[in-house]
Ligand binder design. Structure first.
Ligand code: PMP
Length: 351
């Protein structure tokens, strides 16, 4: 508490990110990609002229936006970029969700959304997930102040197919629907092609997961010109230049290497399914996942105990012990060798 803080700052419950360990551990706690970014990213970094860093970056991030527009087959004016999708999400919350009616979101979803609501004083209402842990598209009220969810959802891992979202958008056309596709490349189906059809649909994406560039902070949004203009108004109010030039050049190189992208995501998906089977053999209930993580619980052991045991053995995961998500471990998919060590560590705790 401080007498210098604005009233809203007193009410904030900051988001608690996964731990950044100092010692050498197997880090399976923040859904990073275990494989390096595309080789072209290294080349860009090695050959980048430091003299270019004297200059401010392009305020319109034209080159990166063009590369994204080409990749996703949309117009450049439909693309917005920011420093990580967290920043893009923050701007979207400011631009679209400060409404009289509450924003709606699933009761279990990315835990940053309520943090933004607090920060920007946005009223929100949650809807419980279905019994099978899916986001209940039919429970959202089309007259609310906006809708946000991750697809595939986090930390549950299930994603709706494009057809289901298409049907949902036919019903919900009066408010902005923000779909966060941070994990979509690991087996989900992107709804970016629907943005040309639905002016109220905004899709966010990130370079942090499937492109292995979490350290650079690159995120984007794709939507109608109307929505992108809303985001630009918020961005320009900060009078800041968006993406730094080096990150932009590296991001473009990552987008250009489709082969590397396909190979890394295929490896992650194969490892994920192998680890699912191993966890099930150990007695875990494991959620279906279209992401680079697994959510699992064991009927005989509490998650905090397993988390601590794993940590003592040098493996860092996350655990959830909230009312709505009780006793679950969330395990990011690492390399095969890392996952082998994880399973060995679990076995030694369980036996
Ligand atoms: N959305 C979801 C669902 C996430 O899990 C994350 C990463 N924790 C983000 C967005 C933000 O990713 P970034 O800011 O690295 O793009």
């Amino acid at each position: 508490m401080s007498r210098f803080w604005s009233p809203v700052v007193h009410t904030l419950t900051p988001y608690v990110p996964g731990e950044q360990p100092r010692e050498r551990v197997i880090k399976l706690n923040t859904n990073e990609n275990p494989y390096p970014p595309a080789p072209g990213v290294g080349k860009v970094l090695r050959e980048y002229s430091t003299n270019r860093l004297r200059l401010y970056p392009d305020p319109e991030s034209r080159a990166l936006r063009e590369a994204l527009a080409k990749y996703y087959n949309v117009a450049v004016k439909q693309v917005f970029v920011g420093n990580g999708s967290d920043e893009v999400l923050a701007m979207a919350f400011q631009a679209f969700f400060c409404q009289d009616e509450p924003l709606m979101m699933p009761a279990i979803t990315y835990s940053f959304y309520p943090v933004y609501c607090q920060l920007y004083e946005i009223k929100y209402q949650t809807v419980p997930l279905k019994e099978n842990w899916q986001v209940p598209l039919d429970a959202f009220d089309p007259r609310c102040g906006g809708i946000v969810f991750a697809n595939p959802n986090a930390p549950t891992g299930h994603g709706h197919q494009r057809d289901a979202i298409d049907a949902f958008l036919k019903r919900v056309d009066q408010c902005v629907v923000l779909i966060d596709e941070a994990y979509v490349d690991f087996g989900g189906e992107s709804v970016i092609p629907l943005t040309t059809q639905y002016p109220n649909l905004l899709v966010t994406g990130t370079f942090s997961k499937s492109r292995s560039l979490a350290g650079l902070r690159l995120g984007f949004a794709i939507g109608s010109r109307e929505l992108i203009e809303g985001l630009e108004r918020v961005k320009n109010s900060f009078n800041s230049y968006p993406i730094d030039s080096l990150a932009s050049a590296a991001g473009i190189a990552a987008l250009e290497d489709q082969l590397h992208f396909e190979s890394c995501r295929a490896k992650v998906i194969t490892t994920r399914e192998r680890i699912r089977a191993s966890l099930e053999i150990l007695g875990f209930e494991v959620m279906p996942s279209q992401t680079n993580f697994l959510l699992a619980r064991h009927p005989g052991y509490d998650a905090a105990f397993l988390f601590t045991g794993l940590r003592e053995r040098g493996v860092l995961v996350r655990y959830f012990n909230t009312e709505s998500l009780y006793d679950f471990l969330r395990i990011s998919i690492g390399t095969d060798a890392e996952m082998e060590s994880f399973i060995e560590a679990l076995e030694s705790i369980l036996h």
